[in-house]
Design a binder for this molecule. Structure first.
Ligand SMILES: [Zn+2]
Length: 199
């Protein structure tokens, strides 16, 4: 932990010093973009690399696992949140799953239904809620535009989803149906019993 903070600092210093050198060579410009430098986020810190998968840590704590696969013409963005139904209190049963559905309903920046947008891009996608995690993934054609869109959309819906009352009402029925069909699946019951959770 200490070490990764230190490497983060070192990287930051390197960025600052290369900027300072640049500033000297381009001294003719009257305005220097001081604010821009402050707004540039520190670069990701490499944590470890195992079997072709490299883990990075962003300054905001986000863990990023990169697994390049040159044999594919698609990429997969998979965002996992370490929250699930076991974090629900009494009176909140189903809320984790409901929230998972609601973040497909759009944001001010992506007002179109996100599910529709993913379909229009030819994506294979879904969201799932389990006892201890919620995840969202999309598989799209490997273009820079798709990658930029997917990452920006995930970042945006993480904090800016509409979560509207009308969607809450319609999705409540969908979630209830999915809950009931899951309840009848033996594997769900086994896992829940093993982990000590209510199904
Ligand atoms: Zn669902």
């Amino acid at each position: 932990m200490k070490q990764s903070i230190l490497s983060g600092l070192i990287l930051l210093l390197l960025v600052s010093s290369s900027y300072a050198q640049k500033k000297k060579t381009t001294n003719q410009k009257p305005e220097t973009p001081k604010v821009e430098v402050k707004m540039t986020p520190p670069p990701p810190v490499k944590v470890t690399s195992v079997e072709g998968i490299t883990e990075y840590r962003l300054a905001n704590g986000l863990r990023v696992l990169l697994f390049p696969d040159q044999s594919k013409q698609t990429f997969t963005v998979n965002v996992t949140y370490l929250v699930g139904s076991k974090h629900e209190n009494y009176g909140e049963t189903g809320m984790a799953h409901l929230l998972e559905h609601l973040v497909f309903k759009g944001t001010p920046k992506y007002p179109m239904n996100i599910m529709k947008e993913l379909e229009d891009r030819g994506g294979n996608f879904n969201g799932t809620t389990s006892f201890d995690r919620t995840n969202y993934f999309e598989v799209l054609s490997a273009t820079d535009e798709n990658m930029k869109w997917a990452l920006d959309m995930e970042a945006d819906r993480m904090v800016n989803s509409f979560i509207a009352k009308k969607d809450l009402e319609s999705e409540m029925t969908v979630v209830r149906n999915e809950f009931e069909s899951g309840e009848k699946q033996p594997d769900t019951r086994v896992v829940a019993t093993y982990d000590g959770y209510r199904v």
